[in-house]
Write a protein that binds this ligand. Structure first.
Ligand code: LLP
Length: 412
């Protein structure tokens, strides 16, 4: 989807420099075609097996992206009432929403019950008690799945690994049967499923398959004990290629493997992919402001910063940085840094990049997931606009913030 034609970088059939010139930089740009293709790869690979692909809203919650996915028939995985509000605004179907998260508040639970979501993925007994109490008050019934912690090592960055026993997430799988048993006392709750999510940016799917086996065994055990378990939810987590040439699991192969494990068990499957649907579909465009040398070090100072894209600073994440126009002037090794007053404000360190000059445009690749959603107003910088490319067309889906937006709601 991202390609050079006559030395000019295109996303689908749009020259990215056209967008940068019209919107100014920094700006996030997404490919609608690639988002659709990635969603379809999940949905189609399940075939006739009852399933629901619940896009993880946290990865990119812009209304136009949610609306595009809602139109494709996607369900949604949310972790806050705010995300549910966004899904509804974008035309998503509340009965296809699962509510995950370790710290749901009473207000959030009540809002979700009022909207009639599909089910809650619960992470503690206290949370079950709260959802039951709120359901009784509203006079409704609620379905739940326990998010179990299968104690497998996802082998990813420690901040985004979630499936080990000492992580804050889920309920120890060994204790789950007793928790389901005690949950029978809640008059307005129905145990409908079992869920898990072991981590994010997984490049090896073996740990997921190990978790899948454990979850399926638990589902059988609960059924044998008389609970009407109807679905299993394996969370999200499939990794994407941040470095050119990275070997990553393919969505279709991954789903085929899940399907083989679940088929014939009379269970519906749910998955909650975020990054693998939107990550590769987005770029952050930025303009070179200055070139600068201190001692032996080269710096390329650009107009995007850690407040726009936090992943390099927070996780030492690698994002490829490529020029919008191939100049043929060779490469340099440099730190690509932003204007924010922090040493940790960088987009790349000691990286071989194009030998750029002030005014040149760059694309920071694979920025569609956990990019804009993690953006902040640090240093009182306005958050960037977002654009959506579809074939040969593109449109702005979020305006750049104004200085007035920066002080919205404040008083002197
Ligand atoms: N389901 C649950 C319960 C989750 O906690 C997550 C992500 C997902 C689904 C979606 O995972 P995905 O398919 O996107 O890997 N900010 C970090 C990633 C945090 C992921 C948190 N949970 C980053 O930029 O790498």
């Amino acid at each position: 989807m991202l390609h050079y034609t006559h030395s000019t970088l295109y996303l689908e059939s749009v020259a990215l420099s056209d967008i940068a010139k019209r919107t100014a930089t920094p700006v996030y740009v997404y490919s609608a075609g690639l988002i659709r293709a990635n969603y379809r790869a999940y949905d189609e690979s399940f075939g006739p097996l009852p399933h629901d692909v619940c896009y993880a809203v946290k990865a990119n919650s812009s209304l136009a992206i949610l609306s595009l996915l809602a139109k494709m028939g996607s369900g949604f995985d949310i972790v806050s009432a705010g995300e549910l509000f966004r899904v509804l605004k974008a035309g998503g179907d509340p009965s296809r929403v699962v509510f995950s998260g370790v710290g749901k508040t009473a207000g959030e639970v009540d809002y979700a019950l009022a909207q009639g979501i599909h089910s809650f993925n619960c992470e503690s007994e206290a949370e079950l008690a709260l959802i039951d109490a709120m359901s009784v008050r509203r006079g409704v019934k609620a379905d739940f799945a326990l998010r179990v912690n299968p104690d497998v090592d996802a082998a990813t960055h420690p901040y985004i690994s979630t499936g080990l026993r000492d992580h804050k997430f889920g309920i120890d799988i060994a204790e789950a049967p007793a928790v389901y048993e005690r949950a029978r006392r809640f008059s307005n709750l129905t145990a409908a499923g079992v869920s898990c999510h072991i981590g994010s940016q997984l490049l090896d799917t073996d740990p997921v398959m190990e978790a899948v086996d454990k979850v399926l065994r638990l589902a059988e055990e609960l059924r044998a004990a008389g609970l009407a378990i109807r679905h299993v939810d394996f969370g999200g987590g499939l990794g994407v290629a941040y470095k050119a040439g990275d070997e990553t699991p393919q969505i279709r192969e991954f789903v085929a493997a899940l399907k083989r494990k679940v088929e014939g068990r009379d269970l519906a499957v749910m998955v909650e992919p975020g990054r693998s649907i939107v990550g590769p579909a987005g770029v952050l465009l930025t303009r070179v402001l200055y070139r600068k040398k201190t001692g032996s070090k080269e710096f390329v100072v650009v107009d995007a910063a850690m407040n726009d894209l936090l992943r390099p600073s927070l996780y030492k994440a690698h994002h490829e940085i490529i020029p919008l126009r191939q100049s043929g002037h060779g490469t340099i090794v440099a730190d690509v840094v932003g204007p924010v007053c922090e040493t940790g404000d960088f987009l790349a360190r000691d990286r071989e990049v194009a030998n750029v000059a002030p005014g040149d445009l760059l694309a920071v690749c694979t920025a569609g997931a956990y990019g804009f959603v993690l953006a902040s107003n640090y240093n009182s910088r306005t958050r960037p606009p977002e654009a959506l490319v579809d074939g040969a067309d593109w449109r702005l889906i979020r305006a750049r913030e104004s200085y007035d937006d920066l002080v919205h709601g404040e008083t002197v």
